[in-house]
Ligand binder design. Structure first.
Ligand SMILES: Nc1ncnc2c1ncn2[C@@H]1O[C@H](COP(=O)(O)OP(=O)(O)O)[C@@H](O)[C@H]1O
Ligand SMILES: [Mg+2]
Length: 262
């Protein structure tokens, strides 16, 4: 990987001014009586890479889904690039298009080719011509190393390849921020690094990212900050070095001892 490889169109590279791109202010969310997000407050600055870790059930996915408005919140506010996340309507569709999302399960459209998977959003939502969408898609597929698979169906690709397509598909919308929720945890071990390499490259190119992952190598290489969540709360917020070497809370120590020794 060299610095000469520039993945993102110029207009997508944040200025690194450190301006808050995503502002999460005192959000709360319940599922019935279960309080899944408890007064979550944090900010993601332009160009920043934030890794979220924490035990299963601590609210990490719910937080991601709330930022993309796939889940409603009960109170608090989320703003993206200065715009309040609306309840619904065309404003929501527009803001949502600014947030790229990659899930644990590679949820590509099964009955569309790889190329179609990547061109659909830009054509339908961004209004690109077929030619422009194809060009952008092929460029991104090339960068994630699967351009030669463009005319295949998702089921013909390995899990690692599908997840790289999912990343390319999200990037094709030219999002302001990428949310990746355990993008490697459903992959066979030998495919994890090919996806992490793409994520590291993206981080180095200046993409603003929130990544739920327990891959410490990625956190060390790419993260500016680690958020540790437990029971719906942000319990610790630190640099990867600080967090992994010197966790402060009992819950973080306990969590790390489990993921380090498994
Ligand atoms: N749609 C839902 N309905 C009810 N409870 C849910 C729903 N989704 C998640 N939960 C619960 O909310 C809690 C947080 O879940 P989640 O955000 O998926 O945690 P994580 O991603 O950290 O494992 C868990 O206790 C989970 O069982
Ligand atoms: Mg989850």
């Amino acid at each position: 990987m060299t610095d000469a490889v520039v993945w993102l169109p110029e207009e997508m590279v944040p200025s690194h001014s450190g301006d808050a791109l995503v502002v999460i202010d005192q959000i709360n969310k319940h599922y019935g009586t279960l309080h899944v997000l408890k007064n979550i407050t944090t900010q993601i600055r332009a160009g920043e890479v934030v890794v979220v870790v924490g035990p299963s059930g601590s609210g990490k996915s719910t937080l991601c889904r709330a930022i993309n408005r796939l889940e409603t919140i009960d109170s608090g506010t989320i703003t993206i690039d200065g715009k309040l996340l609306p309840e619904e309507g065309s404003g929501l569709a527009k803001l949502r298009a600014d947030v790229g999302m990659v899930f644990q399960s590679f949820n590509l459209f099964a009955h569309k080719t790889i190329l179609e998977n990547v061109t659909l959003g830009p054509r339908k939502v961004r209004g690109l011509s077929k030619e422009a969408a194809n060009k952008r898609a092929m460029d991104l597929l090339d960068r994630v190393g699967v351009a030669n698979q463009a005319n295949k169906m998702p089921s013909q690709l390995s899990g690692g390849q599908q997840q790289r397509v999912a990343i390319a598909r999200a990037l094709a919308m030219e999002p302001k921020v990428m949310l990746l929720d355990e993008p490697t945890s459903a992959l066979d071990p030998e495919m994890i690094s090919e996806v992490l390499d793409v994520m590291v490259q993206l981080a180095h190119d200046g993409m603003t990212m929130l990544v739920v992952t327990h891959e410490m190598g990625f956190a060390h290489k790419a993260a500016d900050r680690v958020l540790f969540m437990a029971d719906g709360e942000i319990v610790e917020e630190a640099t990867p070095d600080e967090f992994f070497k010197n966790p402060k809370s009992v819950r973080a120590k306990d969590f790390l001892s489990k993921i380090l020794t498994h």
